[in-house]
Design a binder for this molecule. Structure first.
Ligand code: SF4
Ligand code: SF4
Length: 457
């Protein structure tokens, strides 16, 4: 059979080692329900939720435990039957600390939730669901972008006459090294994901669907092409293999590769008629609309050379990192760092009681050797103005100038260099021969600007 080669891509980017072999062939395993979960009330972009339950209150699996009236937000649900032990601050993988509902799990009646993929077939008919019912179900289920961004999905898909959407682009790239949970969703929950894609296209009013997938996943490409062929006459729906290059799964980079259009800097995809959703998000949409199930569990890749049993696991949102590590056979003696996410965009976490969220697609356990090789552990030398960071930047920024501005506390200058347009992909740090943590400076600069705005506000 001819090799599948993606032709389309975006300018810039890099090729870090993929390291997907550790878990790509491991099917998604259901794990035991933990004895306690800590469900964070801020798991999405937008307003955090406020608790709708109180200490010592009984909760059931799927019950709403946090909501917000804000337009951009998503409710939070309990993944288990249990009793609220406390409502208190907990470590958050990205924002430091935030409020969480701590639930002691009932000893009886907490068999692990099973995936629902076997309830979907190619005969699924999205037209039996009204647009407003799809949007309502997605909102009530608390679905957010599960690829990492966490933007509330209802806001993305609901019709907006001022900004009509033409094409739904499905992000099936999973370009971050090590991570394979989306690949397994495509391979194992295929018809469920397809149902979610067609429901989302219906809600968004998109008459074209494109699945953008990197050409390092030939089995998934063949499977998806076969599924689209089996669907028959469902309109303009095609699979678009794209070049394997990091960060091909960045929203703007994917749109460029698949649709040939550029989202203007500072703007959003709907302004050019595009809606982008991740594959796991689509599977969650199908489960919410058809079964009425909220987003309480997700597929998570546990990977790296420092975990005993790497694989892909079906995990309740709110499970603590330390318990998931334990379930996967524990860390090896060589373990040196735990990263929530992948090595390029993930967050190193020191507090292993941090709970997983709806956007936690991976847990990477790195060895001493991995960490020693990392840029932040190497001697940093002055910038030699080689320009490599400019060449790889997928957003056409001047990373070294932004980093210098931040380093010397010139935040206004950093903003003049479009610091806010940085997608924090890490490519500039990855290629820098002077070992400068360019992305680190930029992340710090963005944080300082956000804090200053909050103070002024
Ligand atoms: S400046 Fe931002 S977007 Fe550009 S390469 Fe660096 S991290 Fe990526
Ligand atoms: S890659 Fe590093 S050394 Fe080269 S210009 Fe950028 S910051 Fe300077």
């Amino acid at each position: 059979m001819a090799e599948i080669r993606g032709q389309s891509t975006f300018p810039g980017g890099s090729h870090p080692p993929e390291n997907k072999q550790l878990s790509e062939n491991a099917s998604i395993q259901v794990i035991e329900t933990p004895k306690q979960v800590a469900v964070l009330l801020s798991q999405h972009l937008g307003a955090p939720c406020v608790p709708t339950v109180a200490k010592r209150e009984k909760v059931t699996a799927g019950q709403t435990i946090g909501t917000s009236d804000a337009f951009v937000s998503a409710p939070i649900h309990s993944p288990v039957n249990g009793t609220v032990k406390d409502i208190t601050l907990q470590s958050h993988p990205v924002i430091g600390r935030t409020t969480a509902v701590i639930i002691d799990v009932d000893e009886e009646g907490n068999e692990p939730k099973q995936p629902v993929a076997n309830q979907f077939t190619k005969d699924f008919d999205p037209t039996q669901y009204a647009v407003e019912d799809i949007c309502k179900a997605v909102q009530e289920a608390g679905i957010v972008g599960m690829g990492g961004a966490g933007f509330p999905t209802r806001v993305k898909i609901e019709p907006n006459p001022a900004m009509p959407k033409e094409v739904l682009i499905i992000n099936a790239c999973e370009c971050e090294p090590f991570i394979t949970c989306d690949y397994r969703v495509m391979m194992e929950w295929t018809w469920q994901m397809m149902a979610g894609i067609r429901l989302a296209a219906r809600a968004a009013g998109c008459n074209k669907i494109r699945i953008g997938i990197e050409d390092n996943k030939p089995e998934a490409i063949k499977l998806l092409q076969k599924c689209v062929a089996e669907l028959g006459d469902v309109g303009d729906f095609t699979i678009v293999p794209v070049k394997t290059k990091y960060p091909q799964g960045g929203e703007r980079q994917l749109i460029k590769a698949v649709w040939g259009k550029t989202v203007p800097t500072g703007s959003i995809p709907p302004t050019i008629g595009v809606c982008v959703l991740n594959v796991a998000t689509c599977a969650a949409i199908a489960e919410a609309v058809v079964m009425g199930n909220p987003l309480t569990h997700r597929a998570v890749t546990v990977t790296g050379k420092a975990i005993a049993k790497p694989g892909n696991y079906y995990v309740p949102v709110g499970m603590r990192v330390e318990e998931l590590i334990e379930h996967c056979g524990g860390m090896t003696d060589s373990a040196a760092r735990v990263v929530l996410g992948g090595p390029m965009m993930g967050f190193a976490i020191a507090d292993l009681s941090t709970p997983l969220t709806k956007t936690s697609g991976a847990l990477s356990l790195l060895t001493k050797e991995d960490v020693t090789k990392a840029k932040y552990n190497k001697q940093q030398t002055p910038c030699i103005r080689c320009g490599r960071c400019l060449e790889v930047c997928p957003e056409h920024l001047n990373p070294t100038k932004i980093a210098h501005a931040v380093k010397y506390s010139k935040l206004e200058l950093a903003q003049d260099y479009y610091m806010s347009a940085c997608i924090e992909c890490g490519c500039c740090s990855y290629v820098c021969p002077a070992n400068i943590e360019v992305t680190g400076y930029i992340k710090t600069g963005k944080l300082l600007v956000a804090r200053a705005k909050k103070k002024l506000g």
